[in-house]
Ligand binder design. Structure first.
Ligand SMILES: *Cc1c(COP(=O)(O)O)cnc(C)c1O
Length: 396
């Protein structure tokens, strides 16, 4: 079909022209004497996105999954206990990775649609008087269910109990889209990837690492090679890498960081919140429910929508794609067929959200789901034409 294909999956996200153009460069020598003039400011600016001054941010060729692996392989030893919780496909997969690395995983099973269970974490950490738990895992934004968890809340519990465990955060679908504060929240490893909030192609694992995590590496015995933090530190200090970096993608990352900092991180977060609120208004108006079980869990980067009993969410997704060239996210694992997902992160504005909502309405109608056509679109129109900051406008 002529026209743009709509990309409303929660990663890869829409790539800005500016980033695409920034990557349209000749290949270059990553050991050239002037290469650090490009990389050193890049490393410094990336720390602003993670909000860390004391930590380091490493850029590996890879994807978010590689970032998960780096956290485990660099800081832990076989048999170490980690505390985790499972409430969706991504929180599950990190636990699976830990198990494959021979760790003891104390994984709290949580109803899908809720997030990190703070009280349960507190109870288990409190009971762990010998400090056998070496790391606590938090999936800040569970992309499979559209659920955001309280990272600061986990930090507060660790501090309250004086528990020394490392705090690892999966921020793949939150960093650069939803508020994230590495230093303030005492996050020891923060994992991200290039194809979500960073608006880039897949291909980079971007990992923030605290000094505490680097100190833990000294006694950790799991082997790390490709993802070794020490090798990165040694070479990054001079502006180089331990092996061939994805230089083309680094140019895209430069443009991505520039765009995020020019907009201002607080504005980026506010925009995601505003766009997400339009999607949620549409879901309400359709008479449907989000997979997220309450407003405290609502994600500003992805909304998973439950189809009514008797309908197959995959059919909505298939029709949206085949008839209307719109890609929606599928339900994964436990929620397969029950939910479809609208990704609303990255390079996105109101009309792009309206396109997704219109496409969803057409596909839902074709499938026979009952709702008033335009109900969701109209709710989003009303939401998006409300003044963003009524108080501020009144004050001017
Ligand atoms: C996408 C995603 C991942 C996996 O990242 P890949 O880049 O696909 O390896 C991990 N966690 C979350 C929360 C994600 O959204």
């Amino acid at each position: 079909m002529p026209g743009y294909k709509g990309l409303a999956v929660p990663g890869p996200t829409n790539m800005p022209f500016r980033i695409r153009q920034a990557m349209d460069v000749a290949l270059e020598d990553h050991r050239a004497p002037d290469f650090p003039e490009f990389t050193l400011p890049l490393f410094a600016d990336l720390k602003k996105i993670f909000k860390t001054e004391t930590g380091q941010v490493f850029i590996f060729p890879g994807s978010g999954t590689g970032g998960w692996e780096s956290a485990i392989a660099n800081t832990l030893s076989p048999g170490d206990t980690v505390l985790a919780s499972v409430f969706g496909q991504f929180s599950y997969l990190w636990v699976d990775l830990c198990q494959r690395f021979g760790l003891e995983v104390d994984a709290v099973d949580v109803e899908w649609g809720k997030g990190v269970p703070l009280e349960e974490y507190r109870a288990r950490l409190e009971a762990d008087t010998t400090h056998s738990i070496k790391a606590v895992l938090v999936c800040q934004n569970e992309t499979a269910t559209g659920v955001t968890s309280d990272v600061a809340g986990v930090r507060a519990i660790l501090d309250d109990l004086g528990h020394p465990a490392l705090l690892f955060v999966d921020g793949v679908s939150s960093i650069a889209s939803i508020d994230f504060r590495m230093d303030e929240w005492g996050v020891d490893v923060a994992v991200s990837g290039s194809q979500k909030g960073f608006m880039m192609p897949t291909g980079l694992a971007i990992v923030g690492v605290s000094q505490k995590a680097l100190a833990a590496k000294k006694t950790a015995t799991l082997p790390a090679c490709f993802f070794d933090y020490d090798d990165m530190i040694k070479t990054n200090a001079q502006g180089y890498f331990p092996y061939t970096p994805a230089v083309t993608l680094l140019h895209g990352l430069r443009a991505s960081i520039d765009m995020l900092l020019e907009e201002g991180l607080d504005n980026v977060f506010a925009r995601h919140n505003r766009l997400a609120s339009g999607v949620r208004a549409a879901v309400d108006a359709w008479g449907l429910k989000t997979c997220a079980k309450g407003p405290e869990w609502h994600s500003d980067t992805v909304t998973a929508i439950l189809v009514p009993e008797g309908f197959d969410a995959n059919q909505v997704i298939r029709i949206a794609y085949e008839r209307y060239d719109l890609s929606l996210g599928a339900g994964l694992s436990k929620v397969a067929g029950k939910v479809f997902r609208i990704g609303h992160l990255g390079w996105l504005n109101e009309i792009m959200v309206m396109q997704s909502l219109g496409g969803v309405e057409m596909a839902m109608r074709d499938v026979g789901i009952a709702f008033e056509p335009g109900a969701g679109v109209g709710a989003a129109v009303r939401r998006f034409t409300e003044p963003a900051e009524p108080m501020m406008i009144a004050a001017e």
